[in-house]
Ligand binder design. Structure first.
Ligand code: SF4
Length: 420
């Protein structure tokens, strides 16, 4: 979501990104508030640019994103060289804001209104020839999970119209995109004027020039049978699903206000795998929420053992201001939470590698994205299951094409392959 917003920021200014901050006329730090560490990082990132502002007083420095939304006025008070803060919903107003500052209004600006009519107005910048892109179909979230700051900083759920989604998709396809990832906080709860998410997938399937469709992040409770059928029946929909579970324990899920039981989650996984045996699954897990007991954590470990996710994004619970989790009476000891996190991550690393080793010497359809950054003689691509693969002995003319590749070496997060 932040990557997408950064691209919208660039496009809204018709700007050309420079490589070095010292070459920039405007520096905007786009921020994430999902965890305490990320929000500290954001503030220190802005601090780094103080010297540049002293050298060049015309330099405009701003902070965008969820940290800007959360602490708006406080940031302006705390950081004297910060010219403006702008929340995610106000990006369409960024251009006017910059002109206002440039014209010497002298005001430092705080643009953090949630009450913006055309939240989707600005499309993202798309680098010429880039094979993949993002399309936002939803802003905000109505779910109110006890640990989560998203509803506070991004507001209630607003769904984008089908017309606009298709228009932005065509725009990106015309600029060279072959694979689009449709994004929203609970993307599969999208609905608009009688259309539901499963219908949306049918419409996207019809887009000429689009080869692959991905979407993220899905909410478990909104995985319906119609959605599963639509994923299976639409050939462009990739065999990949990110389905955050957060905990394997019903007691913790209830405290988290996740609105599903672990039995529901497991049943959804079974339905998905029955329909698409080659589906790759990833999830998010928060360790140490509330008074998570050893038994609760064991249930989470049992879940990853049983499901064998390809990837688990796991974090130690981080208290966020203004969330119900902040006022919970019991929090477990930090060291215990950290120990659990390490145990979970260590076992998951083994599972990810075991899963990948099973795919060796098999051929997969790979969309070639670009030359590898580390080794320009190799190309980089992804399978439908979103597995990263570095390919030897393949001509650059295949960038943007889907090619049959045999996996010849497996690592925890990637493969080496060669043309089949
Ligand atoms: S569904 Fe996701 S974005 Fe929405 S409140 Fe829960 S964790 Fe946050």
């Amino acid at each position: 979501m932040n990557e997408y917003d950064s691209d919208r920021i660039i496009n809204s200014l018709s700007a050309h990104p420079v490589k070095e901050p010292s070459d920039a006329d405007i520096i905007i730090v786009n921020t994430c508030a999902i965890r305490e560490k990320a929000d500290h990082k954001a503030v220190s990132a802005v601090g780094k640019y103080k010297k540049l502002k002293i050298k060049n007083p015309d330099l405009i420095i701003g902070m965008a994103g969820c940290v800007a939304q959360l602490y708006g006025k406080k940031l302006i008070k705390q950081i004297p060289h910060l010219d403006f803060v702008i929340g995610p919903r106000e990006i369409p107003k960024l251009r006017d804001l910059i002109f206002d500052i440039k014209e010497g209004s002298g005001h430092r600006r705080i643009n953090t209104s949630m009450d913006i009519e055309e939240v989707f107005k600005v499309s993202p910048y798309h680098e010429a020839g880039k094979v993949n892109g993002f399309v936002s179909i939803q802003q905000g979230c109505n779910k109110k999970c006890a640990y989560c700051i998203v509803p506070t900083v991004r507001g209630n759920e607003i769904n984008r119209s089908l017309k606009e989604i298709l228009e932005e998709s065509r725009l990106l396809i015309n600029q060279g995109a072959k694979e689009l990832t449709y994004i929203g906080q609970t993307v599969n709860s999208w609905k608009y004027e009688g259309e539901k998410f499963y219908n949306l997938l049918n419409h996207l399937q019809e887009l000429d020039g689009l080869e692959r469709i991905r979407f993220t992040t899905s909410f478990p409770r909104d995985v319906t049978s119609k959605m599963v059928d639509s994923m299976r029946n639409n050939s462009k929909v990739c065999r990949q699903l990110h389905l955050p579970v957060q905990s394997g324990s019903n007691r913790v899920l209830k405290q988290m206000n996740r609105a599903y039981s672990i039995e529901w989650y497991r049943d959804s996984i079974n339905r998905l795998r029955d329909a698409m045996p080659d589906l790759s699954l990833s999830t998010d897990i928060i360790v140490g929420f509330g008074d998570e007991s050893n038994e609760d954590f064991d249930e989470t470990m049992k879940l990853i053992e049983d499901v064998k996710f390809d990837t688990v994004y796991s974090f130690k619970y981080s208290i966020r201001p203004g969330t119900p989790g902040e006022t919970m009476s019991s929090h477990i000891d930090d060291d215990i939470a950290l120990d659990r996190l390490h145990r979970l991550q260590s076992r998951q690393r083994e599972i990810s590698l075991e899963n990948n080793l099973k795919q060796l010497n098999k051929s997969y359809k790979v969309l070639i994205e670009n030359a590898s950054r580390n080794n320009p003689k190799e190309l980089f691509g992804r399978t439908s299951q979103n597995k990263a693969i570095y390919i030897k002995d393949l001509n650059k003319k295949y960038i943007g094409k889907i090619v049959d590749i045999t996996k010849i070496e497996a690592f925890q997060n990637s493969f080496i392959g060669e043309p089949t």
